[in-house]
Structure formats: structure tokens, C-alpha cells
Design a protein around this ligand. Structure first.
Ligand SMILES: *[C@@H]1O[C@H](CO)[C@@H](O)[C@H](O)[C@H]1NC(C)=O
Ligand SMILES: [Zn+2]
Length: 430
């Protein structure tokens, strides 16, 4: 029996990332509007999966399956789109990423006697949930864990509410930050849990607790995160399926296309097998419903909403669905740039500089996003962050574990500035 279990464990280990044998990733630079347009039909034709979108003056990174590589490259050349290989052997690189996580695990275990913290490394969902529970247990006066919903696979979607007045002071503005609505964006849960650490365990900005109530959701999409962590590294969507047999083969919904804001108006995300499949109807997924409920329940008081993604080093604001500017653009741009500079002041010199702008103008149009939804129902300042990923020359697909703390700390500096400015601008509607 023991022998059998061992064989199973070993074979699972060897099978890891086999899904990605033969895959490659490419850097792509887009320099004209025509080139951007030319890329759009290629996404479907070649089942392209962008890990980072090309923007003005910045390369993106795209994953390409073996059967499409030759035709894809040929078409890029025909369009005059500049590309180069990012990773030649995706499976090998993923194995390497795993090694870095193992090495980091060993170093933190020896220091802390195996107490696992979500911002020490890329951690399993259980480590993140345990951290939330422990914080609530240790600091019951300020922190409460809420299970906002249950996923398709029956995992709890947990978040934490932080308040010195039990959320009862209605004059306090609320700040909402979430991460991991997209499963593979592994740098986002450390960044959110670090914010919890800074608000509860290591309070160096006490005004942020006095002035605001906080809602922090480290992992909006636990099913997807768990699947990405253990099975398919580049999983992005939820893990749901319905009666349609296609949905059983191509599972999951892009929860960040599933909000009721211009849902499916571009008809671009209506294929189950797309990475950006929006779902059969708005709020079909418990993951988007949890965020909807948080926003609705605190609506008159939310001064700032930030949804964390990776990667690209960008701060983006509405409207993402058509690239038009909202009435609140001057404030969105001002607070966005201030957060970007605060982050920049703490960033390492070889990290890419942050860009700030309208989502549609900076990268691409997207319907049904949480940021557009929040803004549409009245949240004055709503942002999507693309956290830093690999700079050129970075070895793997993850930001290396040794840089996790760096990103946590610099992003926290952005939250601090953003919260204070949002509080100054905010007028409570009662
Ligand atoms: C916060 O952490 C820093 C760095 O470890 C430490 O020097 C400082 O004393 C801590 N402050 C509080 C209030 O816990
Ligand atoms: Zn994302």
C-alpha cells in the first residue's frame, strides 16, 4: 500500500506541466493601431493566451500552443509585428519555477519553524485561508472573517473585514481590495494578505485604521487558484460547467467578464473555450457575486475599489468596455498617478515603470469587469492594477519568489497614498 502511494506521488510529480509540452511564449510589440487590430482575430484563430498585454511602448507576452506556432509567426511577420521568443520550452520553465518555490519554502521553513505565511512564498489556498482565520482569532476587535460565498467545487470564498468600529460608524469611508479573480495571477494573494498584515499586525500607518473600514479579499477565485497551483499553471477562469456538453470539456468562466456591465455586448467572449468566456449570463458565477455583494452592501461608503491582477505594471481605470472616459476621469487619473509614483518610489530600478490610464486606451477593451461594474454603480475611484511580473531577463513565468516581498511593500505604498487621497475626495452620501 505504502509502495503504491509512493508510486502515485512520483508519477503525479513527473506528469506535472506535461500539458505544456511543446508550448512556447513570445514577446510581442505593437506599434500601430492597425497592428493592434490585426492581433484581434489571431486570438481566436491561434487560441492565443496573453499573459501580459502589449501596450504603448511595452511588449506583451503571449502563450502559443505547438500546432499554431508556425502559422502565428508567419502572420506576425506579414503584419510587420515585432516579436521574439520569450520562453522556448514552457514545460521546462515551469519545472524551474517550481524549483524556485521549493528553495524558498526551505529557506522560510528553517527560519520560522514551518509557520507558513501567504506573503513569504506562493502558497496553497489553505495557507491563505488559515492566515485569515488566525488574524481574526488573534485580533477579534478589529478583524472578522466572512465567507462571502461557496464555489462550484464547494470551497469557501473568504474575505476579511477590518474596522475599529465594527463597521458601525457609517461616516467612515470603506476601501475594498481584491485579488486572484484570475486564478494564475499568483502575486496577487501575497499583496492582499500583506495589506492585512500592515493594517492589523504591523501598523505603521494608524490613520488608515482610524479613518477607514477595509474589506480585503485575497482570493476571489479559490477553485481556479487551487487548479492553477496544483494542476494547470496557466488556468485563469473559474471551474464551473453547466448542462452544455461543451462546457464540460472547456470549463470555467472568466469571472472578470461576468459582471453586469455591458455584459457580452461585444459578443467577443461568448465561446466556452475562450480564456475570456464571460458565462451564459451576468453573475452566473459565485466569484463575481461575492464581489457584487460586497460592493452593493457598502455602496454609499466605498471611496476606493482596487482589483489586483498581473502582470504589466499598470494602473487602469474605467471605462474598460469602450475606452471612453468617465465623468470622474480627472480624479481617477490624479489618484492613479499618485499611487503609481508612490509605488515607483519604492520599486527596484530594474522593475518596469508603472503606466496609468484608461483601461481601453492603455491595453484593450473588456466588457463585464469588476472595475467597470463598481464605477457604474457609484464607486468614485475604481482601479484595476496589473502588478509587476517578470522584467526582461527574469527567468521564469512567476515573478521570482525572492521578489514577492518587494512587490508587497511597494504596492502597499500605493494603497496608503490611494486611501488617503480617496478619503480626502470622498463625500459620504447618507
Ligand atoms: C513593523 O515591522 C518593522 C519591520 O520588521 C519593525 O521594525 C517595526 O517595529 C514593526 N512595527 C510595528 C508597529 O509592529
Ligand atoms: Zn487578470
Amino acid at each position: 500500500m505504502k509502495w503504491f502511494v509512493l508510486v502515485c506521488i512520483l508519477s503525479v510529480n513527473f506528469a506535472k506541466h506535461e500539458h505544456y509540452i511543446g508550448w512556447k511564449s513570445y514577446y510581442i510589440a505593437v506599434s500601430t493601431g492597425d497592428q493592434s487590430k490585426a492581433l484581434v482575430p489571431m486570438v481566436q484563430k491561434y487560441e492565443l493566451d496573453f499573459l501580459s498585454h502589449p501596450s504603448k511602448g511595452r511588449e506583451g507576452v503571449v502563450l502559443v500552443k505547438p500546432q499554431y506556432q508556425a502559422a502565428f509567426v508567419k502572420e506576425l511577420e506579414a503584419e510587420g509585428i515585432v516579436y521574439r521568443i520569450h520562453v522556448d520550452d514552457v514545460k521546462k520553465k515551469l519545472d524551474y519555477d517550481d524549483q524556485l518555490i521549493e528553495v524558498k519554502k526551505k529557506s522560510t521553513m528553517s527560519r520560522k519553524r514551518s509557520r507558513k505565511l501567504p506573503f513569504d512564498n506562493y502558497q496553497d489556498i489553505q495557507v491563505i485561508d488559515n492566515y485569515l482565520d488566525n488574524i481574526a482569532k488573534k485580533y477579534p476587535k478589529v478583524a472578522k472573517v466572512v465567507t462571502g460565498g461557496t464555489t462550484f467545487k464547494d470551497l469557501p470564498i473568504k474575505y476579511i473585514k477590518i474596522s475599529t468600529t465594527n463597521f458601525e460608524d457609517e461616516t467612515k469611508p470603506v476601501i475594498v481590495i481584491d485579488g486572484t479573480i484570475h486564478a494564475r495571477e499568483w502575486i496577487t494573494p501575497p499583496t492582499v494578505t500583506w495589506a492585512i498584515h500592515k493594517l492589523v499586525e504591523n501598523v505603521t500607518e494608524p490613520d488608515l485604521l482610524k479613518r477607514f473600514d477595509w474589506i480585503l479579499v485575497p482570493v476571489v477565485n479559490p477553485d481556479g487558484y487551487k487548479y492553477s497551483y496544483h494542476i494547470e499553471r496557466f488556468w485563469r477562469k473559474t471551474r464551473s460547467y453547466d448542462k452544455n456538453p461543451v462546457s464540460f470539456v472547456c470549463r470555467g468562466v472568466d469571472a472578470n467578464r461576468n459582471f453586469d456591465i455591458k455584459f457580452n455586448t461585444d459578443r467577443y467572449h461568448s465561446d466556452y473555450c475562450r480564456e475570456t468566456f464571460q458565462g451564459t449570463h451576468a453573475f452566473s458565477e459565485p466569484e463575481s457575486r461575492v464581489i457584487r455583494d460586497i460592493l452593493q452592501q457598502n455602496l454609499g461608503r466605498i471611496a476606493l475599489y482596487i482589483s489586483l491582477h498581473s502582470y504589466g505594471s499598470m494602473i487602469m481605470y474605467p471605462w474598460g468596455h469602450d475606452g471612453s472616459l468617465s465623468h470622474n476621469t480627472p480624479a481617477l487619473q490624479a489618484v492613479g498617478s499618485a499611487m503609481a509614483s508612490a509605488i515607483q518610489n519604492k520599486a527596484l530600478p530594474d522593475f518596469p515603470r508603472y503606466q496609468t490610464g484608461n483601461t481601453g486606451q492603455l491595453v484593450y477593451l473588456s466588457t463585464g469587469t469588476s472595475t467597470d461594474y463598481a464605477h457604474s454603480i457609484g464607486v468614485p475611484l475604481a482601479y484595476g492594477f496589473e502588478l509587476p511580473g517578470l522584467a526582461d531577463g527574469n527567468a521564469g513565468f512567476n515573478l521570482e519568489p525572492k521578489y514577492i516581498k518587494q512587490v508587497c511593500q511597494e504596492t502597499w505604498a500605493g494603497f496608503v497614498v490611494g486611501a488617503r487621497l480617496a478619503g480626502d475626495l470622498f463625500k459620504i452620501k447618507i
